[in-house]
Design a protein around this ligand. Sequence first.
Ligand code: SAH
Length: 269
Amino acid sequence: MTLINSARLHLPDFAPGSVWLVGAGPGDPGLLSALALHALDHADSVIYDALVDRRILDLARPGATLEYAGKRGGRPSPSQPDISARLIRLARDGHRVLRLKGGDPCVFGRGGEEALALAAARVPFRIVPGITAGIGGLAYAGIPVTHRDIASAVTFVTGHERGGAVPEGVDWRAIALGSPVIVLYMALSHLDHIAARLIAAGRSPSEPVAIISKATTAAQSVVVASLEDAAARAAAARIEAPTIIVIGEVVRLRATLNWLTAGETEASG
Ligand code: SAH
């Protein structure tokens, strides 16, 4: 039995020899798009990343081959050129290749790099957007990404660059001054450093921050703190990766809008 009725939804054919770069969303299978379900129904090969939820992989067509392309048990992950070469190989062998990534494939997900490699190899591909952690994770924490009057701009920024350092290419001062809401990906280990830079550039030390761990999964947890103590509070709570971090006055709305765990008491605020 298939997951969805693709004819009623007028979905395109997943042609043999093509690659679909699909966002699986942050975790909750309910956040998959119709195109993602259609791809899971028809893929011959599924090449997935570390952040793709197990419950989503379980939706793949029973005959599909699942291949993991990420870090595991401390072993180095396959290099990006290796992954792209693998996608091209499978497509040339006539497979319907589903490249499944957490969140959105093109938000800090290297979807663009893989698409460029496919384009260069003249392998037909499609990009299926997914719900990125910086939007879906906030929604599941009861935090609107933007809000009229208090937040008319938002910046998605990575807290981690290729080598693992705080990204020097990021103009933290400009972000501090120009973006009322800042959503940080891959930033937990550099949060103290990033917060100090934002405060030095004029953000209030008491501005609220939410650190959302394992967003949209059954293990989601949220720590709310202030900019100056967020890193220490996250460490004290032993919060686990992956985490999405949001800085801004919108975080205060969680007190009223936390629909997911409404009624539960929260040790950390
Ligand atoms: N393409 C993904 C992001 C990949 S970068 C997306 O659009 O969401 C990996 C980072 O994404 C993690 O370090 C974390 O900051 C964030 N992330 C992804 N899934 C998450 C989840 N379920 N909960 C919290 N953060 C998540």
